[in-house]
Ligand binder design. Sequence first.
Ligand code: FMN
Length: 399
Amino acid sequence: MRTKKVTVLPYDKGWKDDFAAIQKELVSAIGELILGIEHVGSTSVEGLSAKPCIDIDVVLPDYSVFDEAVRRLAAIGYQYEGDLGIPHRHALAYRDKPHLQTHHLYLCPQFSPELHRHITFRDYLRTHPEAVKEYSAVKEEAARLFPDDINRYIQYKSPCIQKIYTLCGLNGPAEAKGSPTMKKIIAVNGSPRTAWNTAQLIRKAAEGAQSAGAEIKVYDLYQLEPFSGCVSCFGCKLQPNLGKCVCRDGLSQLLEDIRTADGLILGSPNYLSDITAGLRALYERLVFQYITYKKEPRSYNDRLIPVLFVMTSNASAEMYDRIGYTAKLESYQSMLGRLVGETKVLVSADTLQVNDYDRYDWTSFDPEAKKRRHETVFPTELDAAFELGKEMVLSPWQK
Ligand SMILES: Cc1cc2nc3c(=O)[nH]c(=O)nc-3n(C[C@H](O)[C@H](O)[C@H](O)COP(=O)(O)O)c2cc1C
């Protein structure tokens, strides 16, 4: 077995500067070819204990710039090593850079699943201090137990990582691992952003369900692409697939999971006075498959489950009645209630849309008020989401 000294250190603020120094060199070599340089891995999360090695993913728009990027990086001392068995994540090694902190450098096209995994994991930790605390403790203990055996160190911390992956949605399509009697709750983030308002609220609701003993599966809808809305094939109205969408694409597994779930959490930002195109596609496929086009029975679904529908928006809650959002939500609530199960709605309005309002020429918002609201009101909405997730399991509103 390969052995190597394992050193885990408490979080060091200097890692940010170490990253910035490496980033500066990279930008001067390949800045105009790339979309960005991401500090990933444990040193990128404030408060997290880590091996003192800076992990860096350089984001490429696509492979058209790959050869040129490799050529320019070679000119500043990085040798291309191949993908080392991980598709769309290309490693580069260096020998002599004593002025820079030890680092791992990778080139990833923007669609790279590995890049997505790194960023989702990092962003989840950056917004969940309790997970940082737990993961730090596990890493420190692993290093204490196996200081000379990197493989056993990795093995020891793996269950903790898997737990966080489930919470981030990175284990989404995997099979539920709970006991057969354990309730299964599916949560779907209908925002293309995987770490912002909607994502955080639906994850909190899922955590609430988990705290009540449920097995949870969190999906980031836009990671399931390609998929479409209903294609009007009517396969769900024909034997042997009555009530079952037969269209095969990125939504198939999710629809199958919902079919056997004990509760469903759906979340969407308001996009142009409605839900996002992605969630609308899921909604069409989910709901239409159950419609019989008959007087009796009206639905093929006789297994109704509690549904929590989360909407986030720029508009404030006071505006909802006047601008038609309340009516819109009631219409989703009514359709879902009839065909999927009784639906509760949670609204998070007047959300923080970006961290750095100064960069944009936006005059409609008061950035300070937005920040204040995010710091004071948003946490109470996260709490409400947690409680609703818990309630969904302990006293489901759809019996
Ligand atoms: C394409 C697009 C359209 C939007 N349209 C609306 C809208 O009509 N009304 C509104 O209140 N907010 C609108 N917003 C703002 C988002 O709903 C709001 O920022 C939301 O909280 C973002 O969710 P997220 O942080 O989970 O991505 C829009 C945002 C985008 C990107």
